[in-house]
Write a protein that binds this ligand. Structure first.
Ligand SMILES: *[C@@H]1O[C@H](CO)[C@@H](O)[C@H](O)[C@H]1NC(C)=O
Ligand SMILES: *[C@@H]1O[C@H](CO)[C@@H](O)[C@H](O)[C@H]1NC(C)=O
Ligand SMILES: *[C@@H]1O[C@H](CO)[C@@H](O)[C@H](O)[C@H]1NC(C)=O
Ligand SMILES: *[C@@H]1O[C@H](CO)[C@@H](O)[C@H](O)[C@H]1NC(C)=O
Ligand SMILES: *[C@@H]1O[C@H](CO)[C@@H](O)[C@H](O)[C@H]1NC(C)=O
Ligand SMILES: CC(=O)N[C@H]1CO[C@H](CO)[C@@H](O)[C@@H]1O
Length: 406
């Protein structure tokens, strides 16, 4: 049974923001499949608020080996890890500050002392053991980043919540065109910023200033006509607030817009779409987590058009229950569909398999990790599907929410 509450979910939301994915313990991981030096990999992870990964058990080592390897660009050179040697204390340490409570060296004795090199380790693709090079500073390998903080319970995930609003904001310092900025926003579940009042406008301006972005940021407003009547936000929300500089809008200067962060008003001016490259700001609506947890019981009813299906205990973490769900459309319909509204499971250990019909083993899809948000899955041989949620871990993940269309 589900608790009876009804709520409009504002947007598709993500657990780990792509390209990060939940591998185990609700933590977000990312594999870079090109090759890069240890130092560059370390810097790239830091730029994502992550660290080169640490590993704390044989199970985690095996997980990492299976998820990191075999990707399309796997160079077979192994993956940089965050393990190093402190010659002063003669101790190995993890870059992320966690305890070195497990090692899997490929050679019997690996010394760490004042006379050894400042080792940098990688996992080998052939035996999942850890090795190091003397010439680590130039040798290029893939790497794995890990975030030690779960995005659990943040209504904005990795965006920032504008205090006392339901708006999430993320400012990017890299200069992009409107098209590329919008792409990056979409990849993280948002759009180039839409701004609907002074609270949000001022927040964006102050955040930009605090990042030393004084030359303006792209926002998601576009002007199709020559006057203010042809204005639209890229996320399709209503233009119910504007904050133009006094001589604007002026379409002769471009059909896109930037906020002047250097002025206290944070006012808006036209810029040339796809020519002006400056930092940009994304927004998305805050995700409304239900404030009542689902029960941990499996359902006794069938689901049909318009129903939401939630995993047990959603959105409370650490569910251990596996359940089966039947989705049944009207007799004679050609198919039923489910849309993923939210999905967060540990890729290692928890999966949702979608089968054709109310019985049988013809698979439509298997979902695991946190990369399926917004996807739609359809039956093809009749108006029914069976969902089997198999939970081995459940650790620190919230589960999922699907919407049924029949
Ligand atoms: C190395 O160990 C020394 C002595 O314990 C400590 O002072 C220093 O901060 C350590 N360096 C790093 C990078 O952890
Ligand atoms: C460091 O470890 C190596 C390898 O075990 C050893 O040969 C060397 O004597 C050690 N150096 C110090 C200063 O302990
Ligand atoms: C400002 O707009 C946001 C949506 O963009 C809304 O959540 C918030 O409540 C508004 N704040 C005020 C003070 O109107
Ligand atoms: C504003 O532009 C629209 C087309 O974008 C046009 O239909 C309208 O007449 C214009 N209004 C004024 C006051 O210029
Ligand atoms: C669910 O659907 C199946 C297949 O149509 C049917 O046999 C079963 O009785 C239904 N269960 C409920 C509780 O309606
Ligand atoms: C609704 C809308 O304006 N969408 C646009 C957002 O920006 C991208 C990239 O510039 C366009 O392709 C969309 O059409």
């Amino acid at each position: 049974l589900l608790f009876a509450y009804c709520r409009i979910f504002l947007a598709v939301h993500l657990a780990c923001t792509p390209p990060y994915d939940t591998w185990w313990d609700g933590l977000c991981f990312f594999t870079y499949q090109g090759t890069i030096s240890w130092t560059q990999g370390d810097t790239k992870c830091s730029a994502d608020n992550a660290m080169l990964t640490s590993i704390h058990s044989a199970q985690e080592n095996a997980n990492l080996n299976s998820f990191a390897y075999g990707g399309p660009y796997d160079q077979g050179r192994g993956y940089w890890l965050g393990l190093r040697c402190n010659g002063t204390s003669s101790n190995f340490y993890w870059e992320d500050g966690t305890t070195v409570d497990y090692t899997n060296f490929g050679v019997a004795t690996v010394a760490c002392n004042a006379s050894t090199a400042d080792y940098h380790f990688y996992m080998s693709p052939s035996d999942a053991k850890w090795y190091n090079d003397k010439d680590w500073s130039w040798y290029q390998r893939a790497y794995v980043c890990k975030k030690n903080v779960r995005p659990e319970d943040s209504i904005c995930e990795e965006y920032d919540n504008v205090p006392s609003t339901k708006t999430c904001v993320s400012i990017y310092s890299a200069s992009k065109t409107t098209t590329d900025g919008e792409k990056q926003c979409v990849a993280t579940g948002g759009h180039l910023a839409s701004i609907h009042n002074n609270t949000v406008n001022d927040y964006v301006r102050r955040s930009a200033i605090s990042r030393n972005l004084l030359d303006g940021v792209l926002i998601g407003l576009k002007q199709s006509g020559t006057n203010a009547s042809g204005l639209a936000w890229n996320d399709s929300t209503m233009v119910d607030y504007t904050n133009f500089n006094k001589d604007f809008p002026n379409s002769a200067l471009g059909q896109c817009f930037a906020m002047q962060t250097g002025s206290i008003a944070g006012d808006w001016v036209n810029v040339v779409c796809d020519k002006t490259t400056i930092p940009f700001v994304c927004t998305k609506p805050a995700y409304d987590f239900p404030d009542v947890y689902e029960t941990s019981l499996c359902p006794t009813q069938n689901y049909s058009d318009g129903d939401m299906i939630y995993s047990p205990m959603f959105p409370k973490v650490n569910n251990k229950n596996s359940c089966e769900y039947l989705v049944v459309g009207p007799a004679g319909a050609t198919n039923v569909q489910v849309e993923v509204i939210f999905f967060e499971s540990n890729r290692c250990c928890d999966s949702l398999t979608i089968y054709e019909g109310v019985a049988g083993d013809k698979k439509i899809a298997t979902l695991a990790g946190s990369t399926f948000n917004g996807n739609v899955y359809k039956s093809t041989i009749g108006p029914a599907m069976r969902l089997v949620y198999s939970v081995q871990s459940g650790a620190h993940v919230r589960g999922w929410q699907l919407k049924v269309y029949a």
